[in-house]
Design a protein around this ligand. Structure first.
Ligand code: PMP
Length: 427
């Protein structure tokens, strides 16, 4: 039965039960975190072969004869770029490899727009106003980068098909101060949504009012399937070629959730023109990336088949955790009508929307009882969720038993906050 359809007495009983269960939990003095989307130790162990790949090796040349121990090869090893090419669908010679963080590559691109400008336009720092479109809920670190440069962030609602393209097109195509748009097109952080074919085509067909507009296509979860019915994402690069709009897009990915977040390989890709422009910066920034790490990734992964095989191992560890989250939510909140949640086919998150005005309360209650969640509001620009309803669940890191405890507590807190709210509204 829906909580809103209950009598005050019935709600009071639910509230009192939740308080009692909550106090029980508090006395256990738990210390758990579901705050960030990190792989667990078992997942990291799957890639230990990366570290062993270079042991006792006396040959450090890549396929072109460059010594990987030395400086040089500004854009990274061809075989590693070929693996990324198969992952993100952009030709290998238009891919540049970085060190462990694609977020850093994104930051550096924005920084380049800020100091030097894109496409011969005035640097963003000299333009009066810069706006970035931010599909919400979205990835907090994208928003943090945008805020760091002082750009105005405009939230764009996420629909089941991706960002609301009617709103997005109107802004991009008419407002020359709109310079960028963040996208996590597959298994979006945190909604788990994969952009529909039509959405991808509409991105490719954008006719930006600003010549220096860039889509930040962060394909962080491109091979991170968790079910037998994985989502498929249309290739934006190919769609852009058909439209002649390939210069508008910068593509990003990394092996952070394939091998190691702390010691993986990242990638940036774009049109020939974009890469030529970015090359001018990168070849001043560094005399070459960490090619030994690229080499050991190549030796360990071999090719895209190797990536898929490894990701199957990740799936075996993660699928039961995601299932546990679904079961807990269904069993403990299913009929009450006080929460909605996503059931993603991949990625790293489950998106939970609680009753308006309750997300902060739920997250605080959890924290006081020893379970740390991502801050309420973090999935919105400026950390401000207008409905105070969105909570990001990151089930990958805790062991299953702890995840079960954390989910139980979370559900208790959702019931507690919702019943408290309804009772105070009816008082
Ligand atoms: N993009 C998205 C959408 C992410 O969720 C994450 C990790 N949480 C990153 C980028 C970070 O990637 P990297 O480790 O390559 O910096």
């Amino acid at each position: 039965m829906k909580l809103t359809a209950m009598t005050n007495d019935e709600i009071r009983r639910i509230n009192q039960d939740a308080i009692r269960e909550y106090e029980d939990f508090k006395s256990q003095k738990l210390e758990l975190t579901m705050a960030r989307g990190m792989p667990c130790a078992e997942q990291l162990d799957l890639a230990l072969g990366v570290l062993e790949a270079l042991h006792a090796r006396s040959e450090f040349a890549n396929s072109k004869g460059d010594d990987c121990r030395n400086y040089g090869v500004w854009n990274g090893l061809p075989k590693m770029r070929a693996i990324f090419s198969d992952m993100i669908g952009v030709p290998a010679d238009q891919i540049v490899l970085g060190n462990n963080s694609s977020l850093q590559m994104m930051f550096d691109c924005i920084s380049q727009g800020y100091t030097h400008g894109f496409g011969g336009c005035e640097p963003w720092c000299k333009q009066e106003k810069i706006k970035f479109l931010c599909p919400v809920p979205g990835y907090d670190r994208h928003f943090a980068v945008t805020e760091y440069f002082g750009f105005e962030m405009i939230p764009i609602p996420m629909l089941k098909t991706g960002p609301d393209m009617d709103i997005l097109e109107e802004l991009v195509n008419k407002d020359p101060t709109v310079k960028g748009c963040w996208c996590v097109p597959k298994y979006s952080n945190p909604t788990g949504i994969t952009y529909s074919d039509e959405t991808v085509r509409r991105f490719a067909a954008l006719r930006p009012a600003a010549k220096d507009f860039r889509i930040m296509w962060d394909n962080a979860y491109c091979v991170h399937d968790l079910t037998d019915t994985p989502d498929t994402l249309l290739n934006l690069y190919e769609e852009c070629l058909k439209q002649g709009t390939e210069d508008h897009v910068l593509f990003f990915a990394s092996t952070s959730k394939i091998s190691f977040p702390g010691a993986g390989v990242s990638a940036l890709a774009g049109s020939e023109k974009s890469i030529a422009e970015i090359k001018k910066r990168i070849t001043v920034q560094t005399i070459g990336p960490d090619k030994l790490n690229q080499l050991r990734h190549v030796l360990f992964l071999h090719d895209i088949e190797g990536v898929h095989k490894l990701m199957q191992g990740h799936r075996e560890i993660l699928e039961p955790k995601f299932q546990l989250v679904q079961n807990a939510l269904q069993e403990e909140l299913g009929d009450l009508g006080i929460a909605k949640w996503s059931k993603p086919n991949g990625g790293y998150f489950v998106n939970l929307d609680v009753m308006n005005g309750c997300a902060k309360r739920v997250v605080n209650l959890c924290r006081e009882a020893g379970v740390v969640l991502t801050d309420a509001g973090a999935t919105f620009p400026y950390g401000s969720d207008p409905n105070d309803s969105n909570i990001r669940i990151a089930p990958t890191f805790p062991p299953k038993e702890k995840l079960a405890q954390a989910m139980h507590l979370l559900c208790i807190c959702v019931r507690l906050a919702a019943s408290e709210k309804l009772l105070s509204e009816r008082a």
